[in-house]
Design a protein. Structure first.
Length: 182
């Protein structure tokens, strides 16, 4: 090998080592503690947040008027990993939001993904976490155990904080998905 090839290999090796150190440091950064949990029997487990994905179909532009434009919000995967009964019990520890900012939304299902019935979270048929619709109990550490009073229909659902700021310019939000068994 000649001298320039040797120097190039050394630079690439240094860059790869630097990148590996950066990735390792990122992995060790303090993560946000979970705020939503689910009860399975008498045990409590943190729920994983999933982020919606937005698809915008442009439609047609006819003399400055847009026709046929559609926006759809998806959640990847055919089913949620968390499976529950018809009356799931959640533990919610609100930080900056209120308890009634959380809502249950039923998703529509397609092969390989789930999607919102309407593109905007607030426009979907939802059930807010509030008295009269949920059994609400206090938990230690300023948390609340919430259980819907009416059993949920089998299918795919999300528990979402409607007051959160979107994660991108398309309006995608983080939500906690689960599936209700028959």
């Amino acid at each position: 090998m000649n001298k320039t090839t040797n120097q190039t290999l050394k630079r690439i090796t240094r860059l790869c080592l630097l990148l590996a150190l950066f990735v390792q440091a990122q992995a060790q950064m303090k993560q946000q503690p979970p705020t939503v949990f689910i009860f399975v029997g008498d045990s409590i487990f943190p729920m994983n947040a999933v982020t919606s994905q937005t698809e915008i179909k442009k439609g047609w532009d006819i003399q400055g008027i847009n026709v046929g434009r559609k926006t759809r919000r998806y959640f990847s995967g055919a089913h949620a990993r968390q499976v529950t009964g018809r009356q799931p019990k959640f533990a919610i520890y609100p930080t900056t939001q209120n308890l009634n900012d959380y809502a249950l939304i039923r998703l529509k299902e397609r092969r390989g993904f789930r999607y919102l019935p309407v593109a905007e979270f607030k426009d979907c048929d939802h059930t807010r976490v509030e008295l009269g619709l949920f059994n609400i109990e206090n938990l230690p550490g300023l948390g609340f155990a919430v259980t819907p009073l009416t059993p949920l229909f089998p299918g795919e659902y999300i528990l979402v904080d409607l007051s959160q700021t979107p994660v991108n310019q398309y309006g995608d939000l983080k939500a906690y998905d689960f599936m209700v068994e028959e």
